[in-house]
Design a protein. Structure first.
Length: 320
């Protein structure tokens, strides 16, 4: 089965219109810029300390903006259900999201613990005014909600809206590469080869998880807990942002260790160990997807995944 015929991508046809690929890409960029603008605007009127708990709340608020924009576009222009972005079966989906939480925590903990055991990382004193240890657990758990919004924002925008639109209209390899490359570039890692590799392969990994699971539930949980564990469990930088002020533990690079191991200013995502981990994870998920792919009957391109059980007049979507 091709990417185009996968149930997840076919959801893009479940409405009355399909956003053409040459519109989907600039729409993605506009929504991303609006997100940045919202962050800058809110930061101007509501000044908070970088890395603080309120800064994370602020991030969560501004990250809701592109989510709502995607929901509005899909509902009002494409005339399809918001759940078709990858959120079918919410009762089971919540359990899958929680599974993603466990997987994401494990995925980023492995390279961090390896680096800690090797002496590349060491324990650090909490910054002044921070909350650490057992006393930090309540606030860290509350802040987990903001990280779910942040992770879901990128998954809905990139792996949901953009990938579904491109996957329906482009060769599979191109539909995977373009969203992955855009996702990597907007993270601002062009000048950091190892970090670029980590983020790029995470983008490939995320698409494969969405295809294998035929939804975004699992990858939203993985993405959220990856960021949450980095910042609020281990007190390390997240994608080059300032370290969080509230964390259960605080780690730092041991002096004299090279950036290609510690990750430098980018945190663990800039470490070669993290890059190798996400490459291995990508290969494993690709293998699982191909196995599932071969075991399932091919879905007709003339029907959406929601129309396999019943035929409806809206099953054939018109192009915008």
């Amino acid at each position: 089965m091709s990417v185009r015929n996968s149930a997840f991508v076919q959801e893009a046809k479940s409405g009355e219109r399909v956003t053409r690929w040459f519109l989907a890409i600039p729409i993605f960029l506009v929504f991303f810029m609006v997100n940045l603008g919202a962050a800058l605007g809110l930061g101007t009127v509501w000044k908070v300390e970088p890395g603080s708990g309120w800064a994370q709340v602020q991030e969560g608020v501004t990250d809701l903006v592109p989510i709502l924009l995607v929901f509005a576009w899909v509902a009002l222009f494409e005339r399809r259900r918001i759940s078709s972005l990858g959120f079918r079966r919410p009762q089971r989906g919540v359990l899958t999201l929680l599974l993603g939480v466990v997987v994401g925590l494990a995925m980023i903990s492995v390279p961090i613990l390896i680096l800690l055991a090797a002496g590349v990382y060491r324990g650090a004193m909490p910054p002044p005014g921070s909350s650490a240890g057992f006393s930090a657990v309540p606030i860290v758990l509350l802040l987990a909600l903001t990280v779910i919004i942040q992770g879901s924002n990128e998954e809905i925008l990139v792996r949901g809206f953009l990938f579904q639109s491109l996957g329906l209209q482009m060769p599979g390899w191109l539909a995977v590469v373009i969203p992955t490359l855009l996702f990597t570039v907007v993270h601002g890692v062009a000048g950091a080869p190892i970090t670029f590799t980590t983020i790029f392969f995470y983008g490939r990994f995320a698409i494969l998880v969405a295809l294998e699971r035929q939804s975004l539930w699992l990858i939203c949980g993985i993405h959220a807990r990856w960021n949450w564990a980095l910042g609020n469990i281990f007190g390390l930088a997240v994608s080059g942002l300032p370290p969080r002020a509230n964390a259960v533990f605080f780690l730092e690079a041991t002096p004299g260790q090279p950036d290609w191991l510690t990750g430098g200013a980018w945190g663990t995502e800039g470490s070669l160990v993290a890059s190798l981990m996400i490459i291995i994870a990508t290969v494993l998920v690709f293998t699982a997807w191909r196995r599932r792919d071969k075991a399932q009957p091919e879905i007709s391109t003339g029907q959406s995944s929601t129309s396999t059980a019943r035929t409806s007049p809206s099953a054939e979507a018109t192009d915008a």
